[in-house]
Ligand binder design. Sequence first.
Ligand code: DOR
Ligand code: ZN
Length: 365
Amino acid sequence: MSLDRMFDSAAGAAAKTQGDCITIRRPDDWHVHLRDGDMLRSVLPFTAAQFARGIIMPNLVPPVTTPEMAAAYRARIVAALPEGSDFQPLMTCYLTDTTSPDAIERGYAEGIWVAAKLYPAGATTNAHHGVTSIIGIAPVLERMERIGMKLLIHGEATDPSVDIFDREAVFMETELLPLLVRHPGLKVVVEHATTAETLDIVRANAVRAAATITPHHLVINRTSIFQGGLRPHLYCLPVAKRECHRLALRAAATSGEACFFIGTDTAPHPRRNKERECCAAGAFVGASALQCYVQVFDEEGVLDRFEAFASLNGARFYGLEANSGTITLQRRPSHVPQAVPIDGDEVVVFRGGEILPWSIAEVRA
Ligand code: DOR
Ligand code: ZN
């Protein structure tokens, strides 16, 4: 059976809306920051309660650059899982100017990592070891193209003279489009898309390109960051854009198009690093992601398309089977905790303290 057919019938088999409940295949989070140590232990249970699998971002200190580091990090994640959890971490390699094509291939062939992450040097949190010249890593990208390994891209220009609200658009024009031409067989995921133009570029290249969309970029726009004063917990990168872009993101996520899928970009930082003179970029959405996403689909009147975005499109792009278990979400108010304690501090939850209209009712493995 072709992949398309397989997923069509899978969708038909699992997705069920009954009264105030929707049951879908268990979803995956194709973009997660789990951190390490105490933070990992504090935030992992939330992601593991919502998702069956996660693509784990490699921007630790130091970054995850070798198969050995990725295997050791995966073991630390598995060891930190709550008892009985079957959450599966899918590892990534942090690309640097000196990444070797052989190491990339070895980690992929040995099943240690499934993708590599391209951070333009300095673009975001812990990106200072990132790539200074994308052309400079052509041998790595050629090898990935040959072996079918996906490239995950933080798409923002790093030239400090570029306006922060234009950084994604400039990157797409000056870096992404030429890269797609230079490496026609390379499969890419544009992570956390935030502009209408990015979505159109992905659509135009949908055979080999996809985009993840975060819950927060579906909910806030750039004005939200300044609502009543400066709100550090809504500051993330790429920064939220104008309302017209938020609406374009909602239209794309809820469209059913196969090139768009969940990637929460849950990025926890201790409160003290958010509420300081220079606030760290990132929103912790791990505890409220699915409730936010399903609310968007409900508001747009397309709950029947939620399963494709949450549970099918990403798996298909990565060449993996959809999960066999199910999750049931219910239109029943749920309270989101304000914050999650971590060693001597806490992490503020996106929409924490609010009553959300949807809750997670049941997960079946
Ligand atoms: O806001 C962000 N936070 N964007 C990123 O790309 C990285 C992330 C983090 O690791 O905190
Ligand atoms: Zn991220």
